[in-house]
Design a protein around this ligand. Structure first.
Ligand code: EPU
Length: 417
């Protein structure tokens, strides 16, 4: 287990480059199962989850190699093994998104059932229902899904909830299905639009991605392409939270304001200034922000991934804020860690009430997941003494050189192995 040690810092200043989006690149990598050939992805972040997905593609028989600074080359041979073994799905839940492309292209797949995680139960019923509507059938044995489909056929899929993963699985299956598919109540995240533009470049016919209704006209074949991954809005939000906690003025090169509208509005209510620049975002935060209430919602609402960052921001803001979680019932585990740092937080079902303090008190804490881990580091920027965040490998799953980038902004933060 490795840790990150952070001491009270600020005001922050300078610029950092925002990496490619984790939650986009993982799905683009899965989509390469759809067609033979050589793919080149640009702006691929150096994060553990990309290594996990690379291992999964390799286990299927593909060649995956990094080149240059942030390029990833994937060679998908004519034949691949349509299987996602337990060891890899267990390391990374997002592996479930190979199900749609494998079914569409090969007509069968054997994928380990992902379990719950630190957010609580993580069902995949909507993924399966969407694929069933396209003609797939499933059997469950020994912890695996055995999926089959002769040839998928277009269908009208209405998702019960705009699940990101279920939308992606249905979309990647529909591109090779026979006929027309409509995915209604689809997730609208920018990462879905990025996946659709990748698929269209491969020869798919997808319109409406990024809205609630996605229409797909199935095609017979697709081909390998080159694509640049969109910037990671959650990473950008993390640095905005850092400057919000520590104060200062920073620039985020490559970040896209149009992917973060609601977040920027919320931060403005907290009296932080965030504006688009020609190549990213600029942010100016006063010594102390004002408290606001926040509720997580599917995109374009405030992302559940931003929530730990808001709780950290409110812990040291002026006033009282209520944060309501509407996406993942159990996503509050880091709250106890913030309380150990002196934060005044009360939890009531899926709400937390945060009463801001002028500063926190550095303590040893544990990162329970990627975003909560990053939020604990951010909170440490306004804690006296030393905050040791253990379990930094969670942070490495989704952040490229988090410590190096924070340090470049003037934060007093170091990595301990
Ligand atoms: N859900 C179901 N049934 C399903 C699918 C989802 O009940 O079949 C429920 C989930 O339990 C949850 C809600 O629907 O309560 C939303 O889940 P969704 O499917 O939208 O999330 P996901 O695809 O599993 C992605 C991101 C998460 C992010 C969520 C929500 C990836 C790899 N993961 O997960 O990101 O929090 O969307 O925006 O894209 C992270 O990056 O750290 C992360 C956890």
């Amino acid at each position: 287990m490795s840790g990150i040690v952070v001491r009270r810092s600020g005001p922050l200043s300078g610029a950092v480059a925002i990496s490619g989006a984790k939650n986009s690149v993982l799905k683009l990598m899965a989509a390469t199962a759809l067609a033979e050939g050589r793919y080149v992805l640009h702006n691929v972040p150096h994060i553990i989850d990309v290594d996990c997905m690379s291992d999964l593609l390799r286990s299927m028989g593909m060649t995956v190699e990094r080149s240059g600074d942030h390029d990833l080359t994937i060679d998908r041979p004519a034949e691949i093994v349509p299987e996602a073994p337990y060891e890899l799905v267990e390391r990374m839940r997002a592996s479930i998104v190979v199900l749609g492309p494998l079914l569409a292209r090969i007509g069968r797949a054997r994928v380990a059932l992902p379990g719950g995680d630190d957010f609580g139960p993580r069902p995949i019923d909507m993924h399966l229902k969407g694929l069933e509507q396209l003609g797939a059938s499933f059997e469950f044995a020994h912890g695996y899904i055995e999926a089959r489909a002769d040839r998928l056929t277009g269908a009208n899929i209405v998702l019960e909830y705009p699940s990101v993963g279920a939308t992606e699985n249905a979309l990647m299956a529909a591109v090779l299905a026979k006929g027309h598919t409509v995915i209604d109540n689809a997730a609208r995240e920018p990462e879905i639009a990025d996946l659709a533009s990748f698929l269209n470049r491969m020869g798919a016919q997808v319109i409406g991605a990024g809205s609630s209704t996605i229409r797909v006209e199935g095609v017979d074949d697709l081909s390998a392409v080159e694509h640049t991954v969109i910037p990671d809005r959650i990473e950008a939000a993390t640095f905005l939270a850092a400057v919000g906690v520590a104060g200062g003025e920073i620039s985020l090169t490559g970040a896209r304001a149009d992917h973060m509208d609601m977040l920027i509005e919320k931060l403005a209510e907290m009296v932080m200034r965030v504006s688009p620049t020609t190549d990213g975002l600029w942010a100016l935060a006063p010594e102390r922000l004002h408290a606001v209430d926040v509720a997580t919602l599917p995109y374009p609402g405030i992302a559940t991934d931003y929530k730990p960052l808001f709780v950290a921001l409110l812990s040291v803001a002026e006033g009282v804020g209520i944060v309501t979680e509407n996406i993942f019932a159990g996503r509050f585990r880091y709250v106890d860690e913030l309380i150990r740092m002196g934060a005044d937080i009360r939890t009531d079902a899926h709400h937390v009430v945060v009463r801001g303090r002028t500063q926190l008190s550095g303590a040893p804490v544990r990162a329970p997941d990627i975003r909560a881990g990053a939020a604990l580091v951010v909170a440490g920027l306004r804690a006296d003494g030393e905050t040791e965040v253990h379990g930094a490998e969670h942070i490495d799953r989704g952040y490229e050189d988090f410590v190096g980038k924070l340090a470049a902004l003037g934060a007093d933060v170091t990595r301990e192995s």
